[in-house]
Design a protein around this ligand. Structure first.
Ligand code: AMP
Length: 301
């Protein structure tokens, strides 16, 4: 893996790859890589010839009282993970490199960003879309891989790419979970053992919501109340939201039908965690993406 820290070098490396007839795959991350990130790298490796992973803890997507300063970092280990995954380039820019004159220009996707995480993290998605637009522009025409764990982010980035006619195919990858159901997240590193046990309420309550829908429940507010009650019953958790929304526009729905996203967010100690299940409910059946549990962790070499 080649480690690159400047925009100019990254652009040149991607241009060279494309000139050699290679397709370019982009995996944007904030580092402290885990099996969720690795699944994105695997998808990029399978779909494209030249895989670029970016590692940038983007200050503009953090609120003033959020965890920017304490966000977990381990560049040495991250480079090992990228090497083990056959990544071609790991881009690790400084804040000055990405915002040499500050952050005056922003990309804003309306409506999709004002609900769910956008409601409790004002400005967050503008930070995300701006940095992702910059990465798309630097890396050039490519396939870009995002996790469904951040379902709203995936929807917003997909919308941005379509609305701005960016030459990028945005691909969503299933949520990677621990064997006990916890969705992998770099922020899980903040959890104490008791908080980690408490955080299982998120995936457990989502599975319970799925079970009641599979049993025929179609009243979204009923299922939402069940989710809220389950999460609120966990004293170590502080519920941010439990919502059932349309899978495309993320608007709250009253009847569970078609493409549906069930999304939850809660604070456990220092960690604000999110989780979700995406499902399609049709008269003939229900398909759901509950996520995947990877085979035994490969130790990076
Ligand atoms: P982050 O480093 O947390 O900003 O995440 C970088 C990318 O990895 C985003 O597209 C996330 O959605 C994705 N990701 C994070 N956790 C998971 C997970 N458990 N499963 C699948 N993708 C994930």
């Amino acid at each position: 893996v080649k480690i690159i820290a400047t925009v100019g070098e990254l652009r040149a490396a991607c241009d060279t790859a494309r000139a050699a007839g290679k397709s370019v795959g982009l995996v944007p991350t904030m580092g402290f890589l885990h099996a969720g990130h690795r699944s994105l790298m695997g998808a990029a490796r399978a779909d494209t010839d030249f895989v670029v992973v970016t590692l940038f803890v983007n200050p503009t997507q953090f609120g003033p009282n959020e965890d920017l300063a304490g966000y977990p970092r381990d560049l040495g280990r991250d480079a090992d993970v990228c090497r083990a995954e056959g990544v071609d380039v790991l881009f690790t820019p400084t804040v000055d490199q990405m915002y040499p004159t500050g952050a005056r220009t922003t990309v804003h996707v309306a409506e999709l960003t004002d609900r769910l995480c956008g409601a409790s993290r004002p400005g967050h998605f503008d930070g995300v879309t701006t940095i992702v637009a910059k990465l798309f522009s630097i890396v050039g025409a490519n396939h870009a891989f995002f996790g469904k764990k951040d379902a709203q982010q995936l929807a917003v980035v997909t919308r941005m790419a379509a609305d701005l006619n960016l030459p990028v195919v945005v691909i969503g990858c299933s949520i990677v979970r621990e064997p006990d159901g916890l969705a992998l997240s770099s922020r899980n590193a903040y959890l104490t053992a008791t908080e980690r046990a408490a955080a299982l309420v998120l995936s457990r309550s989502l599975r319970a919501a799925m079970a009641s829908i599979e049993a025929g429940q179609r009243d979204a507010s009923f299922v939402r109340d069940e989710l809220e009650t389950a999460i609120a019953s966990e004293s170590l958790g502080q519920l941010d939201y439990a919502e059932i929304v349309d899978g495309a526009d993320l608007q709250p729905i009253s009847r569970i039908a078609g493409s549906v996203l069930i999304a939850v967010a809660a604070q456990f100690g220092r960690a604000r965690l999110i989780d979700n299940v995406a499902l399609v409910v049709s008269p003939t059946g229900i398909t759901a993406d509950l996520g995947v549990i990877p085979a035994v962790e490969a130790t990076p070499t």
